[in-house]
Design a protein. Structure first.
Length: 158
């Protein structure tokens, strides 16, 4: 489980084919704190670490995950948001987020809202039964703030 709060921004160093989908290699300081078999949210999607060094980790993206998430189009040089799973012995902020895909949404519009726009998302039909009437966080169309990272420039491969 995750909080949905971004801990770090990683740089995609390599993406390559594998019989089970694609291998994703991400450079991040968080790699030193991950172990083989650990879960990590990559741009909100729960992946399993298959190998790591002190500066990079690898994970496999399944064909279904490629089909229904933005990880299907990720390329070397792209930035991805990263979060380690929850530890229940510390402070909890954000929300409980599983990082598993229940459906696909479509961007229905982008509306000005101060310094950051509101992005209106229309969910696919299969997701509609999962909404919780009366809760602002689950009303459709869902509104989410687009956040920009503070990263500037491209780092070299290590």
């Amino acid at each position: 489980m995750f909080t949905g709060l971004i801990e770090a921004v990683g740089i995609v160093r390599d993406v390559g084919p594998t019989p089970g989908g694609r291998i994703l290699e991400v450079q991040s300081p968080l790699a030193a704190e991950l172990g083989d078999g650990d879960s990590v949210a990559v741009s909100g999607v729960c992946l399993t670490v298959t190998s790591r060094t002190s500066s990079c980790f690898q994970a496999t993206i399944s064909p279904e995950t490629m089909r229904v998430t933005t990880l299907g189009s990720v390329e070397a040089g792209d930035r991805v948001n990263l979060e380690r799973p929850l530890k229940f012995d510390g402070r909890l902020g954000g929300h409980f987020v599983l990082g598993h895909v229940d459906g696909v949404g479509r961007v229905a519009g982008i509306e000005p809202a101060g310094t950051r726009p509101d992005i209106v998302i229309r969910p696919s039909r299969g997701v509609d039964p999962f909404r919780y009437p009366g809760r602002a966080s689950a009303r459709w169309p869902q509104r989410a703030r687009r956040r920009t990272s503070g990263c500037a420039g491209r780092e070299g491969r290590t």
